[in-house]
Design a protein around this ligand. Structure first.
Ligand SMILES: *Cc1c(COP(=O)(O)O)cnc(C)c1O
Length: 452
């Protein structure tokens, strides 16, 4: 085959060395078939390593059930079905079974979240947040949201959908020790800027938010609370965290692939009938056209799994996170929120400055087959995003593979051997692979139910 023509990567944002390696692989191919095989081989390497040999502690990740994975490759994923559910609402004919699938999904989501309204068409939670900012705010409006060092997410800040919508963003005041909203300061600040929306929920969330008190404050000028439950909606569906719609939030979005353990995409739910028109109009025709009906079917099954297993699955995730936090702290790795029991969610956060910082520690642990992520801490600035002080861990995947509190001790031992005792990560990696061999079955689904 001919040489790959484009080799100038001057304006490329991606790591040029990784792109060059891909070009070398493709140049070595003799046919299109070889190119296909190169792609499949990379997928299989990941499946073997991350899927079978690593302890995955990434907080935004969940392994999906076999039923969900099968539906993701189903025939219906090739069908186009824009519009609202129903014969007259669709542009295309022939959608009667698609209507059935989508209606099942909507009704299952309503049931899982005990909400009056739900939408199934968000291909990402980012789009859910843009939906909220499109439906419930105008360019130039003031909103309040949490800054990144306290766990705030770009989607609610200047560099994401909120900024694209032209909103003016004021920080929600946070207490750096309690890792909660500074309610006294909020009470003083909010009336000065009268935000139309206050976005709560964060990528780093250890403790609940004072939603009722904050919603009472902003109600004085008709402001609304928006709960971005990207990380927590599984916990919320399972009744293991606060319940934002019952505590004053007007609307809640979330990622279907984080604690909710479904296909990566977005969920949005609300109770007030007056919000239905603006929200669903922002979804269609503004932000979604073909919305991946295979994904909708998979999301519907994930919701059924949550209805059946959510309460116990999510309770064990939180218990495991608390156990992991205590085990790491006990082995000399300083943890945030130690004074308050470490966490009320699926996450724990370590301050890893003394071990070289979040970037170094994350990559060191990955060499021991333990996957985490670097994270900003309250003392960092947003500009520290590439080399922050913290490390974030989550217990969704280890829980779904049937692990409990004693396994959290084992995982903390592996981590402490690398970070505190300075053992070679490759030596620890061999033991991690062996340990992981015992945990290859997924639970909390209709194939395997509850663990032993
Ligand atoms: C992950 C995350 C998002 C984005 O969700 P996607 O489903 O990945 O688009 C939005 N907000 C918060 C707080 C998040 O943590």
């Amino acid at each position: 085959m001919t040489e790959t023509p484009v080799t100038d990567t001057t304006f490329e944002v991606h790591d040029p060395a990784v792109l060059a390696q891909a070009r070398r692989l493709l140049d070595a191919c003799e046919s299109g078939f070889d190119m296909q095989e190169a792609v499949i081989a990379a997928v299989q390497r990941n499946e073997r390593w991350r899927g079978q040999q690593c302890i995955n502690l990434l907080a935004p990740e969940a392994p999906t059930s076999p039923a969900v994975r099968t539906l993701l490759s189903s025939e219906v994923g090739t069908r186009a079905a824009e519009g609202h559910i129903g014969r007259v609402n669709r542009w295309f004919a022939g959608t009667q079974y698609i209507d059935e699938i989508e209606a099942l999904c909507v009704e299952l989501l309503k049931q899982a979240f005990r909400a009056r309204y739900a939408d199934h068409r968000l291909v990402a939670s980012m789009i859910g947040n843009l939906t909220v900012y499109t439906a419930l705010a105008e360019p130039g409006d003031v909103i309040m949201s949490i800054a990144q060092p306290f766990g705030g997410h770009s989607s609610n800040r200047n560099d994401g959908p909120a900024g694209v919508r032209g909103l003016r963003i004021v920080d929600v005041p946070m207490d750096p020790v309690e890792l909660e909203v500074d309610l006294d300061l909020f009470r003083k600040m909010a009336p000065l800027v009268r935000p139309k929306l206050v976005a709560l929920g964060a990528s780093m969330t250890l403790f609940p938010f004072p939603l009722r008190a904050m919603s009472d404050i902003v109600a004085e000028w008709g402001g609304k609370l928006f709960f971005d439950g990207a990380h927590q909606i599984g916990l919320i569906a399972g009744g293991q965290f606060q319940d934002p719609l019952r505590e004053g939030a007007a609307v809640m979005t979330g990622s279907a692939g984080k604690t909710f353990s479904g296909p990566q995409s977005g969920i949005i739910v609300w109770d007030d009938p007056a919000l239905t028109e603006p929200i669903t109009h922002a979804i269609f025709p503004v932000l979604a056209a073909t919305h991946q009906v295979n994904r909708v079917a998979a999301l519907a099954v994930a919701a059924a799994e949550m209805i059946e297993y959510g309460e116990i699955y999510m309770a064990r995730i939180v218990r495991n996170a608390q156990a992991l936090g205590a085990a790491l702290e006990g082995r000399g790795i300083p943890m945030l929120g130690a004074q308050k029991g470490f966490t009320r969610t699926h996450q724990v956060i370590a301050d890893v400055r003394r071990f070289g910082g979040g970037l170094e520690v994350g990559h060191l642990l990955a060499r021991a087959n333990i996957v985490t992520n670097k994270n900003l801490l309250p003392g960092d600035t947003p500009e520290d995003w590439d080399r922050p002080s913290g490390l974030r861990m989550g217990t969704i995947e280890v829980t779904r593979y049937g692990m409990g509190e004693s396994e959290m001790d084992t995982i903390a031992d592996f981590m402490a051997r690398v970070l505190v005792e300075g053992q070679s990560p490759s030596v620890v990696a061999e033991e991690v692979v062996e340990f992981r061999q015992g945990y290859q079955t997924l639970y909390y689904d209709f194939d395997h139910g509850l663990p032993g």
